[in-house]
Write a protein that binds this ligand. Structure first.
Ligand code: 5AD
Ligand code: SF4
Length: 476
């Protein structure tokens, strides 16, 4: 899968759900912790909503929880290691409070199924990504002394009708899931096994959710899917209409509908696949000022032979042509990517191809990973994970160093510009400064003056590091 991730294993972001106004007060308390991609964070909000309807209110204090759920990621081995460590901590809490229900959700639940419950005895409950409606029953089953498992994958579950309870992000920016699952078979990736087949969510429910968010004060939505370019409503994968009485909607058309909710609502999306990203999507980005000029387009490798082993369905040249299309149609667009280094049989020349592609594209940002072999994947079955660990580390360092240089240059180019910034809150370092993002998704920090969270301000960029832009508000 590809998702612009808040990297689970590297940054270890775990977010707890906050009590919000649409959270009916229940007598029982639920604590949820999330790891992994944005999709997982979004799913936890669906889970909170389902549990809320069944009498659970969310808490940020694990010690007052009746049910503890951990939403997990399997994408790399170290993501799973972190979760196992956390589960061991939970187990010691359970030793003191035997009534506490501990459940595992998400990709690890799907991948490991009963083993965490039966062999390792780390949890009481296991629910895969398509089984969240069943959670209240599963919790009840645990209460009657049974081991509760539901890891059935569905062909049509999209949780379309569920109104998520929002994570505590300050109420400015929200994730909206538009599709689930993935039909690509990238040879390194576990996601087709953990999240099942691709399916799109009813566009009307998506637009309504975005309208509600705007009315609640949100000013940015990120449309989420493993491969947003293959969003299709009432269309087969070959583009044929399924039901002639129903409208058809592709991703570009969906973006347009969301963009029309309000010109003050920013639209982002993640993740795009280079083989599917169409000019129609780019043209829609160019047409609407509120569709942000930012694309996350994972390349994975700059070598056509590695891309072939990865089963990515495109070549280096194809990828570079898609980059040219972005530059032509959305000239101010920032581009970020994902890169895997040390994939099976990767030679020094193939690695050099990745570095040269990075130089050719000059990505504004990149998420970079060492290859981590995952059970059951095509790569595990077909190839040997034969690049030694020290070589993987050295190549990763070379890639990171190269990217730092490009990120710094990308930020330096913006000095002197006046940019429209959506204020997200105080900066991490000081309450005298605000932090927000420009349309290209770069973080901008500036003295607060009288500006408020959720407002748009114009900031003149004065300085930068490779990670952040700094400036001052200008009054136009
Ligand atoms: N090893 C390392 N990185 C991986 N990714 C996916 N699977 C693996 C793996 N087995 C990376 C890809 C993907 C991102 C979400 O995680 O770069 O785009
Ligand atoms: Fe998200 Fe699951 Fe993929 Fe991790 S493995 S990035 S949680 S879809």
């Amino acid at each position: 899968m590809e998702n612009k991730i808040i990297d689970e294993s590297v940054q270890g972001t775990a977010t707890m759900l906050n009590t919000t106004k649409n959270n009916v007060s229940g007598t029982k308390k639920l604590y949820v912790e999330s790891y992994g991609c944005q999709m997982n964070f979004s799913d936890s909000e669906v889970v909170a909503s389902i549990m809320n309807k069944n009498g659970y209110s969310t808490t940020r204090d694990i010690d007052e929880a009746d049910v503890v759920l951990i939403n997990t990621c399997s994408i790399r081995e170290n993501a799973e290691t972190r979760v196992r460590n956390r589960l061991t901590e939970f187990k010691s809490k359970k030793a003191k409070r035997p009534d506490l229900v501990i459940g595992i959700l998400g990709c690890m639940a799907e991948r490991l199924k009963k083993s965490l419950l039966e062999e390792e005895k780390l949890v009481d409950l296991v629910a895969g990504p398509d089984a969240y409606r069943d959670l209240p029953n599963l919790v009840e089953e645990v209460g009657t002394g049974q081991k509760a498992v539901n890891v059935l994958l569905s062909r049509d579950e999209t949780y379309a009708d569920i109104s998520p309870i929002r994570l505590d992000q300050g109420g400015i920016s929200a994730f909206v899931t538009i599709m689930r699952g993935c039909d690509n078979m990238c040879s390194f990736c576990v996601v087709p096994f953990t999240r099942g087949r691709e399916r799109s969510r009813d566009p009307e429910t998506i637009v309504n959710e975005c309208k509600d968010l705007f009315e609640q004060g949100y000013r940015e939505v990120t449309l989420l899917g493993q491969n947003v370019d293959s969003y299709r409503w009432n269309l087969s994968s070959k583009g044929e209409i399924k039901d002639s009485n129903q409208p058809t909607v592709n991703f570009a058309q969906l973006m347009e509908k969301v963009a029309q909710v309000s010109s003050d609502l920013r639209i982002r999306f993640s993740t795009s696949h280079p083989k599917d990203m169409t000019d129609e999507v780019l043209e829609m980005m160019a047409k609407y000022e509120n569709i942000c000029s930012y694309i996350h387009l994972p390349v994975q490798s700059g070598s056509t032979t590695v891309l072939d082993r990865m089963n990515r369905s495109y070549t280096r040249e194809w990828y570079l042509e898609r980059i040219s299309a972005i530059r032509r149609i959305v000239p101010d667009c920032a581009i970020s990517t994902d890169i895997i280094t040390g994939f099976c049989n990767e030679t020094e020349n193939e690695h050099a191809d990745t570095l040269s592609l990075m130089n050719e594209v000059a990505f504004d940002f990149a998420y970079m990973f060492k290859y981590s072999e995952r059970p059951k994947t095509l790569a595990e079955r077909r190839f040997e994970d034969d690049v030694p660990e020290d070589v993987k580390s050295r190549r990763l360092n070379e890639i990171i160093e190269n990217q730092l240089h490009h990120s710094l240059k990308s930020n330096q180019k913006q000095i002197g510009q006046i940019q429209k910034i959506l204020v997200e809150g105080y900066s991490k370092r000081s309450d005298e400064f605000l932090s927000g993002r420009n349309t290209q998704n770069a973080v901008v920090v500036f003295p607060k003056e009288t500006a408020q969270k959720g407002a748009y301000v114009y900031v003149k960029i004065e300085d930068c590091t490779s990670a952040t832009l700094m400036g001052n508000i200008v009054h136009k």
